[in-house]
Design a protein around this ligand. Structure first.
Ligand code: 9N3
Length: 241
């Protein structure tokens, strides 16, 4: 619990900032649509820091049959991650600092010709209160935020991997069709509006062209594969709003 005390102020700050970022549309900055596939739209801004590609990514998507809470649940809990995270080689829970807050160390598969990478980050699962209207049927919004953290137990480049630095939010808002009013809710009545924002500094040098190509391939693959996974996992389960 003392660990939660240590991290908590930063977690609150980063989570609030990420929710604001996910809520506002594309906002200012030259966002370019780089993938469009059905309801999935992915935008990026071309940003380099000391010659490193750190292109912020913002993706929106909409899928029927799952809730924002279910989406964020399967993204947060470690036991499902190997099922949907294709670039994962190993994942360790370094610390479970609360029911809704876990510290991870992940080693990702090497993607040629880039060197292998790893990440240490806290992950926080939270319901997002709706500011606008406090009405009882306020939109059901949940989010999971992942943000890099320095761990004395896992110093950067301790192994042979290059340390990446990430801040990610996956936010899901459940929309219930009006036709469902007054009768039992079915999965056909719900749609999840998804917003995924990611800023990942790849750490050590990697050719911009390579990173952007990987980026363009990996991110759409992740979002499609992950949402399909949640649909599959929940289809015969009671709806968790
Ligand atoms: C491509 C780049 C943006 C730099 C990148 C490279 C690598 C390292 C592995 C890798 C993947 C693809 C290309 C090169 N290396 C990982 C990630 C990454 C890690 C984590 C998350 S997460 O949303 O927290 C889901 C939990 O795993 C998302 C993205 C991104």
């Amino acid at each position: 619990a003392s660990l939660k005390h240590t991290y908590w102020p930063e977690i609150e700050r980063v989570v609030a900032e990420q929710i604001r970022s996910a809520r506002m549309g594309l906002g200012k900055g030259a966002w370019q649509l780089f993938v469009e596939d059905g309801e999935m739209k992915m935008y990026r801004r071309e940003v380099e820091e000391d010659g490193l590609v750190v292109d912020p990514l913002k993706a929106t998507h909409q899928v029927k049959g799952i809730t924002g809470r279910e989406l964020c649940h399967y993204f947060f809990y470690p036991e499902y991650r190997y099922d949907w995270e294709g670039t994962l080689e190993t994942m360790n829970v370094v610390d479970k600092i609360a029911e809704d807050t876990i510290v991870f160390h992940q080693i990702h598969k090497r993607i040629w010709p880039a060197a292998q990478r790893d990440a240490t980050f806290w992950s926080h699962l939270t319901h997002v209160p709706d500011e606008e209207n406090k009405s009882e049927d306020s939109p059901h919004i949940w989010a999971t935020v992942n943000s890099s953290v320095e761990l004395p137990s896992h110093p950067p480049n301790g192994g042979k991997q290059v340390r990446i630095y990430l801040t990610i939010i996956l936010m899901g808002q459940t929309i219930i069709s009006p036709a469902a009013k007054g009768r039992e809710l079915k999965r056909d009545d719900i749609t999840c509006k998804i917003t995924y924002c990611a800023v990942v500094n790849p750490g050590g040098w990697a050719p911009s062209s390579v990173l952007r190509a990987v980026y363009k391939r990996e991110y759409p693959k992740f979002l499609k594969r992950f949402t399909a996974y949640v649909i599959e996992k929940t289809k015969n389960l009671p709806i968790k709003l």
